[in-house]
Each structure stands twice: as structure tokens, then as C-alpha cells.
Design a protein around this ligand. Structure first.
Ligand code: HEC
Ligand code: HEC
Ligand code: HEC
Ligand code: HEC
Length: 508
């Protein structure tokens, strides 16, 4: 019989990190009794193909954001104002070490800091990572890459079922996923509550509902505070694609959401996002675990949610109170955000946050420097004839160290959301990379390689791309052609189907 290892933790009752483990057979019920005797639905394994949501014609999702403009002008106008956050801040050009760290993975080509929700569809089309697919069946990325880009995603999942939605290449969804993150991503817009002007918060992505169950936060049972934060967990989380099922999105929360628990989960699955092009280490890519890091920080533990800081209640000229939907930097709305709870001045708090940011950045760069060296040392060891068996432990240490770096670096705003936790994660990464380099030094010495080895010059992005064998000009040319030929076609089709009313903002 199949034995699932089930861990259950009552976050609400016991506080974060306290968990109990027991073994239950698959035949046993999937709901386990919490310590207060309350029955809680907990799910502790990634879904099988059979468990994926089937098409459901009862779920109607109005994905066109403009269609709510008349009914809710204040919310709509503030939502639309996310278009004012226009800056595209390239990350790998600013820090070419990342090109080495992500060697062999598309992130090495282009990675930008986030900007306004309004641009999610535009940006996923423009980024070099999605390549230049000239037809629906080609291109490097799967359909799953659309999953956090907008309201057409829950619409398609309802129409096609999860298997239908997730299967196939990214280009399959090009003329379908055309409305950026909006109303139907967060609200049950067809409900009576919403018609009455209430929030009617709703999670419309089945993979998110399953993930919340895994951490005992089944959405329907949550209070208003937890629901508000969970809305952002639709997208601001760590995830992976389960190639063994339907290349569907899974949040790796089955052992917990902290850096150690997720690492353990991936290790037990022997999951890797990719094999590093020069060190051959089995790598993990962390994706913006903002919700997870927030949970572990002071505000998360005190029930201060994303909404309190990023979507405060404000008043219009006539005194009408509404939720500001221009999700951006909370310091721009200081009186409605921080000042609701803190007595310090804006300048004081801004300085505290800026100092945390600087301290974290300083040690993060030290970890990057060490990781870059470790990748090149591993290459030198392979070149000197090291065997797989010899390399295994060192490569596992590189995997763990870089996972720790990425978990802390990819979380946007971690220096604000949980500065202490972030520093601790980086420190554990420094410890693990020291392990890796020590093991590599032993192998190099045994193979007679003189140390320090010669590390290539990666001081500019151009240099780093060259060292890592990436022809960036070729990538850019192919993308330009895709944007000029395929994108107009996608837009035309989407308009003909009535999916969009306005043109999607073009390039940057
Ligand atoms: C990223 C999530 C998100 C998006 C996108 C979003 N909302 Fe909201 N909305 C919220 C949250 C959170 C609240 C406040 C919930 C609470 O107070 O508990 C809210 C509140 C509301 C309310 C209740 C009244 C109020 O102002 O508090 C309305 C109506 C509303 N939104 C309409 C819209 C419309 C229309 C759109 C699209 C143009 C939209 N929302 C897009 C998250 C979102
Ligand atoms: C449907 C997915 C989705 C949901 C739901 C969502 N986000 Fe986002 N968010 C994104 C994506 C994708 C980006 C990056 C967009 C880009 O750069 O093109 C982003 C960007 C941001 C940014 C950067 C904005 C800027 O101007 O720099 C903030 C802050 C943010 N989100 C906060 C939130 C908060 C708070 C919530 C919950 C109320 C939330 N998001 C809900 C997907 C989502
Ligand atoms: C206590 C207030 C607070 C809470 C709670 C909070 N944030 Fe933030 N967040 C901020 C501030 C302030 C910044 C900008 C930090 C800076 O200026 O350096 C930020 C930055 C961000 C960014 C990066 C924006 C960018 O352009 O780089 C994202 C994304 C984000 N927050 C999402 C979230 C999500 C999702 C949650 C809940 C899971 C959340 N935040 C909870 C205050 C908060
Ligand atoms: C809804 C109330 C609330 C809001 C809004 C809020 N905070 Fe807090 N903040 C708290 C609480 C509660 C604590 C914990 C206090 C304690 O433990 O003594 C805290 C702690 C802090 C701390 C110290 C702990 C840490 O994590 O570093 C800082 C700094 C801080 N807040 C900054 C901010 C900033 C900046 C904003 C606005 C972007 C903000 N807070 C918004 C309630 C809030």
C-alpha cells in the first residue's frame, strides 16, 4: 500500500515552525484532527493527474478589467494607476555575477525588477526568457509561465480544465492571456457581494487553493485578515512546474514554507530546475517567495498583511472611503500605511528600511562572490578528470547554498518584510558555500590543480555572457522579430474574440 508521509501543523494555534509528524496510510482520511479537536482539512502531497480540476462551465470569469470601470470608478482608476510604475530595471546587467549563477538557465539572459501590475502581460511577452516562438508548438517555455499574469488564466482553467490549460507550449496561450492582473484575479466578480460593493475576495486558481490547504489555510475557512494576505499568495510565492503530472504549477509547501523545509521537500523529490552549465550542479531556482518571507517576519506574525501596507483604505475628495488599488511602494502613502500603527516619522522609518536593505545587499554580494568561485572551481575539477562520485557532495552543497541565496534575493522587498530572517538565510548560504569550496579544494589538490584557479573576467554583462557561452545579440534579434510579427497576430486574434477592448501596451 502507498504510504504518504504526512506532516500537520496548526499555524494558527501553535505559531510558526511547530509541527508534528506522523505516518498515515493513503486510505486514511485526508483531514486530520488538530490539537484543539477541530477538524482541519490538510493535504500533504502534490496533486496527481486525476486530482487536477476538470473544465467547469459553472465558473464564469469576466477577464476584461475595463468592464468594471463604470461600476467601480474609484477602484478601477486606482487599479489602472499601476500603469504609472513604468521603470524596467535590468538586474543581470547591474550585477553580472547572476549570469554565472544562472548558467544554462534562461534567467541568465534577462531578469528585471518588478513593475506595475498593468504590465504583467507586456513584460512576459518582451522578456528574452520566453524566447521567440514562431508558432503555437515551439519555444522554450510551457503554458505554466502565464499563470501569474492575469485574469484570463482562471478563465482558461475554468474553460479547459487544469490539464488542458497547463499542457503545451507558452505560445499556445498567446492570443488568450491578454488581460493583465486585475479584478477577477482577486474578486468573485459574479457574486452578489461584489455587486453590493463588498470585496468578495476569491482565489480562482485551483493550484493556489491546494497550496493553502497544505499549510492549514484553507481559503474558505480563513478570517478576513488571512484572506487578504492569501490573495497576494496567488502569485507572490515560490513554485515549481510538476513535469511528472501536466507541467502544472505546484507550491512546494508540503513540509513548510521556510527555506529549510522547501529545500528538504525538493531534495526528497530529487527535483531540479536545471543542471548548471559549467559546474553541473543540480540547481534550484527560487521565485519571489514574498508571501512565505512575510509570514516569517514581524509584521506577518502580528497579523499586519500586505493589504495594510500596499492597499490602504483612502478617501476621495467627497470623503468616500475605498481601497486604494495602486499597489506600489507603501512609503508613497505613508499616512494611510505605516503611520496608522507607528509613531516614528516617515524619514526615520525610511532610513531603517534603507539601512536593512544596504546591510542585506552587502552580505548577499559576498555570498554571490563565493558562489561564482565555487561554480568555476567545480568546472576546473571536472576538467581535471574528477568523477561523478567525487563531485556529488560538493555539487549538493552548491545547490543548497545557491538556493539560500536565491530565496533571499528573489523575494522582492525581503529587506522590509523580514530583514532578520533574510540575513539568517544568507548566513546559512555562506556556511554551505564554504562547505562546497572546501570539498572542491580537496578534489582539486588531489588532481594536482594549482590553486587559486584562474577565474574568468565577468566584470561586465557582455564579458559574463561570453564566458557562459550566451550569444545575447542572437537572442535579442530573434525576440525583435517575434515582437514584430507574432505579437500583432496575437493581438488581432484576441480582439476578434472580444477578449480585449484596448491594445496591450507594446514594448518598454
Ligand atoms: C491584487 C488583488 C486585487 C485586484 C487586482 C483588484 N482588487 Fe479590488 N480589492 C482587493 C482587496 C485586497 C480589497 C480590500 C479587501 C478588504 O477590505 O478586506 C479590495 C476591495 C475592493 C472593493 C470593495 C470596496 C473597497 O474599495 O474596499 C471593490 C468594489 C473592488 N475591490 C473592486 C475592484 C475592481 C473593479 C478591480 C479591477 C479594476 C479590482 N478591485 C482589482 C484586491 C484586489
Ligand atoms: C495574478 C498574479 C498576481 C497577484 C494576484 C498579485 N501580484 Fe503583485 N505582481 C505580479 C507580477 C507578475 C508582478 C510584476 C509585473 C511586471 O513587472 O510586469 C507584480 C508586481 C508587484 C509589485 C511591484 C509593483 C511596482 O510598481 O514595482 C508589488 C508591490 C506587488 N506586485 C504587490 C502585490 C500585492 C500586495 C498583492 C496582493 C494584494 C499582489 N501583488 C497580487 C503578480 C501578482
Ligand atoms: C509592514 C508593511 C508591509 C507589509 C505587511 C508588506 N509589505 Fe511589501 N513592501 C513594503 C515596503 C515599504 C516595500 C518597499 C521597500 C523599500 O522601499 O525598499 C515593499 C516592497 C514590496 C515588493 C517589491 C516592490 C518592488 O518594486 O521591488 C513587493 C513585490 C511586495 N512588497 C509585496 C508584498 C506582499 C505580497 C506582501 C504580503 C505577503 C507584502 N508585500 C507585505 C511594505 C510592506
Ligand atoms: C497595522 C499596523 C502596522 C502597519 C500598517 C505597519 N506596521 Fe510596522 N510594526 C507593526 C507591529 C505590530 C510591529 C511589531 C512591534 C513589536 O513587536 O514591538 C511592527 C514592527 C515594525 C518594525 C520593527 C521590526 C522589523 O521587522 O524590522 C519596523 C522597522 C516597522 N514595523 C516598519 C514599518 C513600516 C516601514 C511600515 C509601513 C510601510 C509599517 N511598519 C507598517 C505594525 C504595523
Amino acid at each position: 500500500m502507498n504510504i504518504f508521509k504526512r506532516t500537520f501543523s496548526s499555524l494558527a494555534l501553535l505559531g510558526f515552525g511547530l509541527a508534528m509528524t506522523q505516518n498515515l496510510t493513503a486510505a486514511e482520511t485526508s483531514s486530520v484532527a488538530a490539537t484543539d479537536g477541530k477538524e482541519m482539512a490538510a493535504r500533504h502531497y502534490a496533486p496527481t493527474k486525476e486530482e487536477l480540476a476538470k473544465p467547469n462551465s459553472d465558473i464564469k470569469i469576466q477577464s476584461v478589467n475595463e468592464s468594471f470601470a463604470k461600476q467601480y470608478p474609484l477602484q478601477y482608476k486606482s487599479w489602472k494607476a499601476t500603469e504609472n510604475s513604468t521603470e524596467v530595471a535590468p538586474a543581470v546587467e547591474a550585477d553580472p555575477r547572476m549570469i554565472v549563477l544562472w548558467g544554462g538557465y534562461a534567467f541568465a539572459k534577462e531578469y528585471n525588477k518588478p513593475r506595475g501590475h498593468f504590465y504583467a502581460v507586456t513584460d512576459v511577452r518582451n522578456i528574452l526568457r520566453t524566447g521567440a516562438p514562431m508558432d503555437a508548438n515551439s519555444g522554450p517555455q510551457p503554458m505554466a509561465c502565464w499563470s501569474c499574469k492575469g485574469t484570463d488564466v482562471p478563465r482558461l482553467i475554468a474553460e479547459w480544465g487544469e490539464e488542458g490549460y497547463f499542457s503545451g507550449k507558452w505560445a499556445k496561450g498567446g492570443a488568450e492571456v491578454v488581460n493583465s492582473i486585475g479584478c477577477a484575479d482577486c474578486h468573485d466578480t459574479a457574486s452578489q457581494d461584489f455587486a453590493a460593493g463588498k470585496p468578495a475576495l476569491r482565489i480562482a486558481r485551483p493550484h493556489v487553493l491546494r497550496a493553502l490547504e497544505a499549510i492549514d489555510k484553507e481559503f474558505d475557512g480563513l478570517d478576513r485578515t488571512d484572506k487578504r494576505a492569501a490573495i497576494c499568495a496567488n502569485c507572490h510565492v515560490e513554485y515549481y512546474f510538476d513535469k511528472n503530472v501536466a507541467n502544472n504549477v505546484v507550491f512546494p509547501w508540503y513540509k513548510g514554507v521556510d527555506v529549510d523545509s522547501i529545500e528538504k521537500y525538493y531534495d526528497e523529490l530529487e527535483f531540479k530546475d536545471w543542471e548548471h552549465s559549467i559546474s553541473k550542479a543540480p540547481m534550484l531556482k527560487a521565485q519571489h517567495p514574498d508571501y512565505e518571507i512575510w509570514m516569517q517576519g514581524t509584521h506577518g506574525k502580528n497579523g499586519v498583511t500586505c493589504i495594510d501596507c500596499h492597499m490602504p483604505k483612502v478617501q476621495d475628495a467627497s470623503g468616500k472611503v475605498y481601497t486604494d488599488h495602486q499597489i506600489g511602494n507603501p512609503f508613497d502613502q505613508f499616512e494611510s500605511t505605516c503611520a496608522k500603527c507607528h509613531d516614528q516619522s516617515k524619514e526615520t522609518l525610511q532610513k531603517v528600511v534603507a539601512d536593512h536593505k544596504k546591510d542585506i545587499k552587502d552580505v548577499m554580494l559576498k555570498l554571490e562572490d563565493q558562489l561564482v568561485k565555487a561554480h568555476f572551481e567545480a568546472k576546473a575539477a571536472w576538467d581535471a578528470g574528477a568523477t561523478k562520485e567525487e563531485m556529488q557532495d560538493a555539487l549538493q552543497a552548491i545547490r543548497h547554498a545557491q538556493w539560500r541565496w536565491d530565496y533571499s534575493a528573489a523575494g522582492h522587498g525581503s529587506h522590509m518584510h523580514a530583514p532578520d530572517i533574510t540575513l539568517k538565510i544568507i548566513a546559512s548560504g555562506l556556511d554551505r558555500v564554504a562547505d562546497a569550496r572546501q570539498k572542491l579544494a580537496v578534489i582539486l589538490t588531489k588532481r594536482g590543480v594549482q590553486q587559486p584557479i584562474a577565474y574568468p573576467d565577468i566584470s561586465t554583462a557582455e564579458q559574463a555572457w561570453k564566458v557562459m557561452g550566451i550569444d545575447i545579440e542572437k537572442e535579442r534579434k530573434a525576440k525583435a522579430e517575434f515582437l514584430n510579427t507574432v505579437i500583432p497576430q496575437w493581438n488581432k486574434e484576441a480582439k476578434e474574440k472580444g477578449l480585449i477592448l484596448n491594445d496591450i501596451p507594446p514594448a518598454k
